[in-house]
Design a protein around this ligand. Sequence first.
Ligand SMILES: Nc1ncnc2c1ncn2[C@@H]1O[C@H](COP(=O)(O)OP(=O)(O)O)[C@@H](O)[C@H]1O
Ligand SMILES: [Mg+2]
Length: 376
Amino acid sequence: MDAIQPGGPQVRLLDLIEAMRKLRRAACASQPEAGVVTDARGAALAILTPAGIFVSANRSAAALLGYSSAELVGKRLVDLAPDDAHAALTDDLSASAAREFHSFKALLTGRTGHPTRLALHQQWVPAKTMNSGVLLTLFEEPLIIEPGSADSELLDASERLCQTYLMIGQQKERQRLASELHDGLGQALTLVKLMTEDALMRIRRGQVDDAVQLLDSTVFRIRETIGDVRQICGELRPLMLDKLGLPAALGSLCRRIERGTGAMSVVFDCDVADKDVPEHLKADMFRVAQEALNNAVKHAAATEISLSLRSDAARLMLTIRDNGIGYENHPFATDEAYTTGLGLVGMQHRVEMHGGAFSIESSAATGTLVCATWTR
Ligand SMILES: Nc1ncnc2c1ncn2[C@@H]1O[C@H](COP(=O)(O)OP(=O)(O)O)[C@@H](O)[C@H]1O
Ligand SMILES: [Mg+2]
């Protein structure tokens, strides 16, 4: 981690937010044909040193490459590419380090060894020290539409372009879900089946103690698998949303957080009915509220948090305010941030991807205000 080791050049969090805004703008301009498709988990984001070493990666980026966030930290991007692609990738990384913004395609194999062509958009984020910085990186699966395919006919009708991209995004998401179910859940169930059969065989042979031990491990496996299923479902769409609707789901989230933290008060204020929120925005709104509330609990040392969802004739406004310590001049360089810390830019991406406006005001005197607004 050459660029932002503790004590080394540091990047301000608010500069990261600004870099994300520039990155989105530049990525759209450089690839007008590409729809921004992110999966149910949100954008795949990472921070790399100019030499291409992972400083931090969010879960989407890590999942795309087949690792956990913690495993990616310290790895070199080129080591995730096939040998014959190393030179080109190194050139592209140098190009990124020399400009403000650079987009390129790269073949990455990740852990599975299966090559995937990805688009990388890199935005330079200057550090406090002169001549240093990091590369905020957005990974995208490019939308390749073969001429003559059924999709290309849709492309001719430009007004349907957006729907096409959305559809392709959904297909990609289904593919990813299918592989997660197959590789994760499928494997786990196969293992459970084998272990149970083995235990049965031992019982028949009278080896009861062995069978008991095996069944114990089987129960442990099943428990783990139930956890995985919950996680996959929760990532796709918070279950509470469909059961309760958005306002009630947000209210319940606030109560859960208040109960969990003890001394902190969490106030929820809402003048919007579930039916007045466009369906495609609900999951994003929930995720943004969840991330901002979690941040307030984890980092702010606040005594009061308030979440508000309000509307006027033109807009829907989601705000999360805390009276904590803020992070105006806080650098992106805490140990924790190395393995997790891309929640802020992830929120911003979610909001802006659907045409919303995102802002953060944060100071030691007033705490933090996260605000997301969508036009109706
Ligand atoms: N409400 C807040 N109050 C104080 N600090 C915050 C707040 N929200 C975020 N931060 C700071 O910003 C950093 C980055 O936040 P985030 O991108 O969500 O990553 P993570 O929560 O995984 O660390 C946090 O590590 C913390 O230092
Ligand atoms: Mg966070």
